[in-house]
Structures are given as structure tokens and as C-alpha cells.
Design a protein around this ligand. Structure first.
Ligand SMILES: *Cc1c(COP(=O)(O)O)cnc(C)c1O
Length: 399
């Protein structure tokens, strides 16, 4: 339990960080219509936002070829739309390959980024047409001996950002000092290593880790000139604003762009954004199913929670902005409130520190920034179905 706070403090926190203009760009009226028509819980993906996110990142990193990390939000409509925009794909599993195949998308602009895989998965990816793979150790390198004429490999190097919300370098990536041995092993086996990749961690607060990693990759390129270096893949990690002020991706990427200017212009640059593209593209409509007064708190039981779209609270350490759909008087009648998910498990609470106006059973709420690592990791625990998905093209916006 968190320590009890005076309501004034909670209200200040709440008013500043969560409530006021979170829905500013959306039309509350249109959202209410959708909730009434389609029911809740409904996740709404806006293709226009996907376009905006993709194009703004591409503009902030000119010369870098984007490979959307499918795992963030593998919905077919998202993949199809990004393909239509010219974006390639970072895939990691045979399931993700099947999804591309079902959509008729070929392997031309794909990279298989999982450092650890079964031989059958390697074969499936090669059959699909994927030619660029990632390894980070000698056991994995050995798996490519039978496929050496059909693949090119990147070595994934471990550069970790100590402040990343999600650390991806604990589990994958070789040390810089191991690179010469891996290169030697590959050369002896006749396997082509053509580049380096890294992932500094997801939702990093600053670009410093990307910049350091790029500089160290350049040092590796220079120190091993006998290798035919052709690719540098800077991974993902690009952050979005969950609560607090919006983040300017141009500012975030400027130092990364500057560091990339030092890379040999013949080396192809790749990035693997997941969260940045998918996160802002979806919002979710929920309903109040039940209500109870427990001690000082009003508990609202919603129709989705941490076993569903809000699974990212556990797996991704995220907290999503959530707010009542109807406009309320925020100057009076506010109460300390808890928002709970529908399941019978007590961990299923999505906010235990909110100050809310009095809501009624049947009222709608809206959660924003719920596109990345949300539906992708949702379960049907208690056999509650996952949120229904709607795809629109900007029709939610106020203008
Ligand atoms: C998950 C993942 C990404 C996407 O990371 P974001 O921080 O969401 O941009 C990119 N590359 C690899 C290898 C990943 O595992």
C-alpha cells in the first residue's frame, strides 16, 4: 500500500499529469459513439498516427532504413499499413514470418533479429527469403554453417543503457572483446558477418547510449578492416511520453543522427523501432462494470485490466494515461479512487492512486498510448476475451 496522501496533493498530481488535455486531440463525442456502437473493451488503432510516428522518426533519422519491430503490436492492420508506407520489418519468430506471409509481404526488407533460435526457425526464415540474421555467440554462429551461402549475419553487441525502462542487454549481446574471436570463427567456417547491431534498451530517457554504441561500433569497424562491413543496425529504444510533457523525437534523435554522420557512407543504416511507432497509435475504450466503497477509496471495476491490454504494466513497466470519457467538473466532488481490472485476481489493479470525479456504472473511460507491448502480451485469463480491435484513419480527431 502507498502511504495515504492528502487529497489536495493527489489532485495536484492528477490534474497536472493525467487529466486535463490528454484527450485534447480526440473527439469525446466520436469516442462515445464508438463505445456505444462497438461496446467495450475496444482498442482503437489509428493508421494516421502510425503514419505520423513512422514519418517523424524517419525524418529525424534521415538515411536510416526502418524495420518495425513486429512484436510491439503485431496486428495485421499495423503491419499492412507500415508496409504500404515503405517500412520494413524486424521479425524474431516463425509466427511473425507467417503473419507477413499471410499478408503477402515478402522478405525483401526484413531482418531476423532474434539472437537465439532453433534450426527449424532458421530454415523457415530462409525459406521465407530472409537473408539477414543476428547472432551473439559461437553456438549460434555454428547453426549457420549449413546455411552459410544463403545468409549474412550481424553480431549483436551488448551496450546497455543503465536508465532504460526495459533492459534488453542483460539477456542478449556479446561483449566488444568477443568480436574478434567470433569474426575469426565465422571466417574459418566461411560465414559472412557483414555488420553490427545493438539494442540499448526500450524507452530510454536520453540518446546518450545510442551515441556511445554507435561510436564504439565505428571503432570496431575501423579496428577490423579485413571484414566486409556493410550494415549498422541501431535497434530500437526510441521513447514516447506516457505521462508528462511530450517528447520531441527530433531533439532525441539529433545526437544520434550526428553520430551516424561519422559512419562510412557505404554502410547501410538500419533501426528497429517498435514502441515509438506503435505506442501512440492506439487508445482503448473501457467501461465501469461495478463500483464499491472500500475504506476511503471508491473502487471502480473496469472491463479490462492487467491480464488484458494493461499487461504492459507488468511486462513493460508502463503506466498508461487513463481518464473518464465524459467531461467532468474537476474543481469539486473529486474522490480518491482505485481502478481495477475485471478478473478475480487481486494484482489486477491498474491505478490505485487516482483522484476522480464520481463515476457511475456504465460510464466510459479512455486509456491512451496503449499501442505498444499491450494487446501483444494480453491474455484471456478467467476467459475474459481480449479487447476488440477497431482500425480507423484519423476519424477520432476533434477537427
Ligand atoms: C523489442 C525489440 C525492438 C523494439 O524496441 P523498442 O524499444 O520498442 O523500439 C527492436 N529490436 C529488437 C531486437 C527487439 O527485441
Amino acid at each position: 500500500m502507498r502511504p495515504k496522501q492528502p487529497i489536495g496533493q493527489l489532485k495536484a498530481l492528477f490534474a497536472e499529469q493525467v487529466y486535463p488535455d490528454q484527450l485534447g486531440r480526440y473527439s469525446r463525442h466520436k469516442l462515445a459513439e464508438l463505445a456505444a456502437t462497438h461496446g467495450t473493451p475496444t482498442l482503437i488503432i489509428d493508421r494516421d498516427v502510425l503514419t505520423e510516428q513512422y514519418q517523424s522518426l524517419q525524418a529525424a533519422l534521415p538515411g536510416v532504413n526502418m524495420r518495425y519491430a513486429i512484436k510491439a503490436l503485431p496486428h495485421p492492420a499495423v503491419i499492412e499499413h507500415l508496409h504500404h508506407l515503405g517500412c520494413g520489418f524486424d521479425l524474431a519468430t516463425s509466427g511473425e514470418i507467417q503473419r507477413l506471409q499471410q499478408l503477402g509481404i515478402d522478405a525483401k526488407q526484413t531482418i531476423h533479429t532474434h539472437p537465439i533460435k532453433k534450426d527449424a526457425e532458421i530454415r523457415q526464415a530462409i525459406d521465407f527469403g530472409c537473408r539477414l540474421f543476428v547472432v551473439d555467440n559461437s553456438h549460434e554462429l555454428a547453426k549457420f554453417v549449413p546455411h552459410k551461402d544463403r545468409v549474412e549475419l550481424l553480431l549483436r553487441v551488448n551496450f546497455r543503457h543503465q536508465d532504460a525502462v526495459v533492459d534488453l542487454s542483460r539477456k542478449f549481446g556479446c561483449e566488444l572483446t568477443h568480436i574478434p574471436n567470433l569474426i575469426e570463427q565465422a571466417q574459418q567456417a566461411g560465414i559472412r558477418i557483414v555488420g553490427l547491431s545493438f539494442h540499448v534498451g526500450s524507452q530510454v530517457p536520453a540518446p546518450v547510449a545510442h551515441v556511445n554504441a554507435i561510436e564504439q561500433c565505428i571503432d570496431v569497424f575501423n579496428s577490423l578492416p579485413q571484414v566486409d562491413w556493410r550494415v549498422l543496425d541501431i535497434g530500437g529504444g526510441f521513447p514516447i511520453a506516457y505521462n508528462g510533457p511530450a517528447l520531441d523525437i527530433v531533439d532525441f534523435c539529433a545526437p544520434i543522427h550526428a553520430a551516424l554522420q561519422q559512419v562510412d557512407p557505404d554502410i547501410e543504416l538500419l533501426a528497429e523501432p517498435g514502441r515509438f511507432i506503435a505506442g501512440p497509435s492506439a487508445i482503448q475504450l473501457l467501461s465501469v462494470v461495478g463500483k464499491a466503497q472500500r475504506g476511503a477509496h471508491t473502487w471502480y471495476y473496469l472491463d479490462d485490466g492487467v491480464y488484458g491490454t494493461f499487461s504492459g504494466m507488468l511486462y513493460d513497466h508502463a503506466r498508461y494515461p487513463i481518464t473518464p470519457l465524459a467531461q467532468h467538473d474537476m474543481t469539486q466532488g473529486l474522490k480518491p479512487s482505485v481502478l481495477a481490472g475485471p478478473t478475480c485476481d487481486s494484482i489486477d489493479v491498474i491505478a490505485d492512486d487516482m483522484v476522480l470525479p464520481d463515476l457511475a456504472v456504465g460510464d466510459y473511460l479512455v486509456a491512451t498510448q496503449v499501442g505498444a507491448y499491450t494487446l501483444a502480451s494480453a491474455t484471456d485469463f478467467n476467459l475474459y476475451p481480449k479487447a476488440k480491435v477497431l482500425c480507423l484513419n484519423g476519424q477520432l480527431m476533434a477537427q
